[in-house]
Ligand binder design. Structure first.
Ligand code: ATP
Length: 513
């Protein structure tokens, strides 16, 4: 299947089987905003739990918090988001200087404007007192030509910005042969819009309302709580603070389904370390996070590291774990050595010390931070897209199967009475009632059993348990495995252990060791 077709199939399967819906679909949706449906919410929760257990439960020195989406607005001044994330920016590759793309174009227009001024001055001189400026600018062909040029350029700029067509803003800059005022070079990078933060207001009266932002990353909630957690948890460096939660970015290029959303969820961990040890920890967390991904068995070849050459202002090392999505290798998780930038900035803006007293060294210092940051929605897409397969069967038919790692599957088992009579539904219901204490299970009696198997395959359910007439005699049932389609006769009383062996978090996370 071509990649594009595969991706279309992923999107339609996600809808058809109750995983992901477009937000407010009855109103034609909202761009790059999605809702998780009944199965999607379970899958998402299971991914979140799998991350949380690996990061928090399995580490004595990592604790979790749940900070608010709203934060004091100064947070975003300190973090740099207010100043650096506001405009469509373009870099000159030679001078490495950064410009506002719209300002470059406007400056270009201002130069044309000055040519008009020159024409006016020349004419004034020539015609003396008889000069009528209004008439001149509305009739002189040269002035009209310049004005037309300005109008065309500004119109195109306005439309491109409106449509968020940043490629066209760049094309405009290149087409006009705008050069870097510093180096004279015309080698430009892509235009990037950094106006990512959503603003809102706190307070009822317009006069006293305070401008707030919806957080564009969860990390800052951890930095501002660093000392509170360190003191109340009596944490000793090195230690980590983890958190999962919503983040909001007014993304300019928002497409590719849930890969890039305006409202999304992050799973982040900030690891506080002694300055100078960051490269060792960087290596450690790179390995550790890759092991977590590989534990899910989604194929080693589907992952790769992409080390950053161009580093963000706060980082001294950074890498992405990229995953092979249906549209190619793309960032799934970022691992960043953030130095002491954030804590230092918060110290400066709050006037409060955010230092750690190291008893071993008998000295205080601002810790360095190693961050792991993964998008929950992107992880969802990676898991979902990778699991969806069309399988050719021996009898020349195909089946659609969602081979979700069993630990993440929304429903672990479907209990199916072979027929809707002879007491079989009652036994099946009894099995559901017993198993639901431990797992998400479902009951299904509609259609022939073969069709029910297919339905559960497409839904990603790892086990189907069929109750038939033999069950009445010997208390055994047939258990069918989703991936192998293998069927076995087992005792009802053994079901719990059989399922647990395959869906238990421990069974999967152990692979990391
Ligand atoms: P990208 O370059 O793809 O925009 P980023 O470098 O801005 O991502 P980070 O700020 O490092 O991303 O955020 C950490 C993680 O959060 C990313 O690796 C990604 O999984 C996730 N993420 C970031 N932006 C979005 C978004 N708009 N929608 C969904 N997930 C996102």
């Amino acid at each position: 299947m071509a990649n594009e077709d595969q991706f279309k199939k992923v999107i339609s399967h996600a809808k058809e089987y109750g995983y992901v819906f477009q937000s407010s679909e009855i109103y034609d949706g909202l761009s790059a905003v999605y809702d998780y449906a009944q199965n999607g919410a379970e899958l998402k929760k299971n991914i979140r739990d799998y991350w949380w257990k690996a990061m928090v439960q399995m580490h004595d020195n990592i604790v979790g918090i749940d900070a608010s989406i709203f934060m004091h607005p100064t947070t975003w001044k300190a973090s740099g988001h207010v100043d650096a994330f506001n405009d469509p920016l373009i870099d000159n590759k030679d001078s490495k200087k950064r410009y506002r793309a719209d300002v470059l174009v406007e400056d270009y227009c201002a130069k044309i404007e000055s040519k008009i001024e020159k024409e006016i001055k020349k004419a004034q001189k020539r015609f003396g007192d008889a000069f009528n400026k209004d008439e001149f600018v509305s009739t002189n062909p040269r002035v009209l030509g310049y004005q037309e040029q300005i109008n065309t350029i500004l119109k195109r700029l306005g439309q491109s910005l409106e449509k968020e067509d940043l490629a066209d803003v760049r094309a405009l800059i290149e087409g006009l042969e705008i050069a870097c005022p510093l180096s004279g070079s015309r080698e430009w990078t892509e235009v990037k819009q950094f106006n990512l933060m959503f603003g809102t207001k706190l307070g009822a009266s317009a006069e006293h309302a305070m401008d707030l932002y919806l957080r564009p990353e969860t990390a800052q909630g951890i930095f501002v709580n660093f000392l509170n957690v360190q003191k109340t948890g009596r944490m000793k460096i090195p230690f980590g603070i983890a958190q999962t939660g919503k983040a909001f970015r007014n993304e300019i290029v928002a497409r590719q389904f849930i890969f890039r959303m305006r409202e999304f969820e992050q799973m982040e961990m900030q690891f506080f370390i002694k300055p100078g040890t960051q490269m060792d920890w960087f290596k450690h967390w790179k390995e550790e996070r890759m092991k977590w991904h590989l534990s899910l068995g989604m194929g080693e070849d589907n992952y790769r590291f992409h080390d950053h050459e161009k580093l963000a202002h706060y980082a001294d090392a950074a890498t992405d774990i990229e995953f092979k999505f249906p549209f190619g290798f793309k960032e799934l998780e970022g691992i960043h050595s953030r130095t002491d930038f954030d804590l230092k900035q918060h110290e400066e803006f709050s006037g409060k010390k955010l230092q750690y007293f190291d008893h071993e060294d008998n000295a205080s210092y601002t810790p360095y931070v190693l961050e792991t940051s993964i998008g929950l929605d992107r992880m969802f897409l990676a898991v979902f897209a990778n699991s969806l397969v069309e399988e050719e069967l021996d009898n020349n038919t195909t089946r659609t199967v969602l081979k979700l790692p069993a630990v993440l599957a929304p429903t672990k088992a479907a209990i199916l009475p072979l027929v809707k009579k002879d007491g079989l539904p009652e036994i099946a219901q009894q099995i559901v009632d017993d198993l639901k204490w431990d797992f998400n299970v479902t009951y299904d009696e509609k259609d022939a059993v073969g069709r029910r198997y297919r339905r559960q395959d497409a839904n990603g359910t790892p086990f189907c348990i069929t109750v038939d007439h033999d069950t009445l005699e010997d208390n055994t049932v047939t258990i069918r495995h989703r991936d192998t389609m293998e069927q076995k006769r087992v005792k009802i009383e053994d079901l719990r252990d059989i399922i647990k062996a395959e869906v238990d978090v421990k069974h999967w996370l152990k692979k990391m060791q």
